[in-house]
Design a protein around this ligand. Structure first.
Ligand SMILES: NC(=O)c1ccc[n+]([C@@H]2O[C@H](COP(=O)([O-])OP(=O)(O)OC[C@H]3O[C@@H](n4cnc5c(N)ncnc54)[C@H](OP(=O)(O)O)[C@@H]3O)[C@@H](O)[C@H]2O)c1
Length: 463
């Protein structure tokens, strides 16, 4: 029987036609931090990127509000315009890089590009958290890709890890520190004993926080990202609108110090956890400042760095660490997406990695976000009391309210700021949020209590 000779393993990696392929032509809207980084890294690593992509990647047109400033970055070889729609629908553009930000006009540009048959790369998490379901559906309909690694954890390829590296797994949870600004602030509060306002001012002075830091400090940015991660982890639509979001603006330095005394650190965590126990089935999707044991890996993600952990049923716990912001750090993700587009351009959509990691028929539209009351975690309570003798009364009263108390302690004198009254610190076992809310509400009017009770979740993640 005749068989064709086995092809030599030494055969060139690229078919000769591929080496002759024309470059992928990029149009970019916005040339600020991310756009500039993308241009610079593309220019600097041009040859190796082409070697990996199988073809060149060439910026052909840029939309900017100040053309003079844009020319200062990209020189005279790239066409410039003030009109974003011109870039989105430009006949010489294969892929739109949306690097302007915002959700209103950006949605219109991205939708126009998709309808014009262009692939889209964006680092705009707000856009995808709010309009991702509509954008991905339109992209499927028009056979184009929308890639967004830069929208989640920038230099950490977590979208790729979830969609490709961990594709065999039933993901149980994804959790992590996914906002560098708040992590910088929390690290300052712990290391230097300063309050939230002073730590925020330092973050702004050093360029880690925007002049308007609302999205970061209120947890909204982290909620955008955890919503995208949950969709990829569990095969559900992007459900940002249902996420429970709590920032760090109300966090007191006293609780950072008390957590430290108990052996914990406070981190702003994004958590997406699949739950099926008893009658409860759904996904916890939440962002909140939470205590993590000081020995846990996430407790050691400090400054502006990000750290994400994923628990898969086969892989076990894996962890990813890196910069969550920055010009070239984001460019690293944007260009990785451009390389993917360069490789997949021309293939049938069914052969590509789906936008949310699952093919549309396998996305579970019914998988819902669990209400806040059903969230089930350990808790930390700090109860200001009139006298240290009341420590036992607080513990006993909480136990009587069905709060499973694990530990009761008094804050040490060296933990407390000068002039502070005694504080009873309580750690509970896992309990429904509804039980804790009721107990905290009732405790507020208890005669032993001398001021507002602080309550935070304690996250006991494996790993
Ligand atoms: N910076 C990061 O580290 C980072 C990390 C991950 C994701 N991202 C995301 O990446 C996107 C861009 O962020 P960035 O930090 O690069 O913001 P940026 O530095 O403010 O840059 C945005 C640029 O877009 C321009 N622009 C806005 N609207 C425009 C319009 N209608 N026409 C033309 N140009 C317009 C702005 O021009 P003007 O200067 O004239 O306003 C600015 O130059 C955002 O979605 C952000 O969330 C950023």
């Amino acid at each position: 029987m005749y068989r064709d000779p086995v092809q030599s393993l030494e055969a060139p990696l690229l078919p000769s036609s591929a080496t002759a392929m024309r470059p992928l032509r990029v149009g970019m809207i916005g040339i600020g931090t991310v756009g500039t980084g993308t241009f610079r890294v593309l220019a600097r690593n041009q040859a190796l990127i082409a070697g990996r992509a199988g073809r060149g990647i060439k910026l052909v047109v840029v939309c900017a509000r100040s053309l003079a400033r844009a020319m200062g970055v990209v020189g005279t070889d790239v066409a410039l315009t003030n009109d974003p729609m011109q870039v989105a629908t430009h006949p010489d553009v294969d892929v739109l890089v949306e690097a302007a930000g915002g959700t209103g006009p950006a949605r219109d540009w991205v939708m126009a590009a998709i309808r014009a048959g262009k692939h889209v790369v964006t680092a705009n998490k707000a856009l995808l958290a709010e309009h991702g379901n509509e954008i991905f559906a339109a992209a499927r309909q028009h056979g184009v890709a929308v890639a967004y690694e830069g929208a989640v954890a920038v230099s950490i390829p977590i979208v790729k890890a979830l969609r490709e590296g961990l594709t065999a797994n039933r993901i149980e949870w994804v959790a992590g520190i996914i906002n560098g600004t708040t992590n910088f602030i929390l690290s300052k509060m712990r290391d230097e004993g300063v309050g939230f306002a002073e730590a925020l001012a330092q973050a702004q002075a050093l360029g880690y926080a925007e002049a308007d830091p609302t999205f970061d400090i209120e947890g909204i940015d982290a909620a955008h990202k955890i919503s995208l991660l949950a969709a990829n982890a569990f095969g559900m639509p992007v459900r940002f609108a249902d996420a429970q979001v709590e920032g760090i603006t109300a966090l007191q330095g006293l609780d950072v110090a008390c957590a430290e005394q108990l052996g914990y650190r406070i981190k702003l965590l994004g958590v997406a956890k699949r739950r099926k126990d008893g009658d409860t089935e759904g996904v916890e999707l939440r962002v909140q400042p939470a205590l993590v044991p000081a020995t846990h890996l996430l407790a050691h993600v400090n400054g502006s760095m990000n750290g994400i952990m994923v628990k898969g049923d086969a892989s076990g716990v894996t962890m990813y660490y890196g910069a969550g912001a920055g010009s070239e750090q984001t460019a690293s993700a944007v260009i990785a997406d451009l390389v993917d587009v360069a490789r997949l351009d021309g293939t049938h959509a069914a052969q590509r990695v789906p936008h949310l990691g699952f093919h549309p028929h396998a996305v579970d539209e019914q998988l819902a976000v669990l209400p806040r009351a059903a969230v089930h975690t350990r808790h930390y309570l700090r109860v200001p009391v009139h006298s240290a003798q009341q420590i036992e009364a607080v513990g006993a009263w909480l136990a009587a309210q069905q709060v499973p108390v694990l530990q009761v302690a008094l804050a040490h004198d060296k933990t407390l700021p000068p002039g502070s009254g005694p504080q009873v610190l309580v750690l509970t076992d896992a309990v429904a949020q509804s039980t804790v809310d009721l107990a905290v509400h009732a405790l507020a009017s208890h005669p032993t209590v001398a001021g507002p009770v602080a309550a935070l979740r304690v996250e006991m993640l494996e790993g």
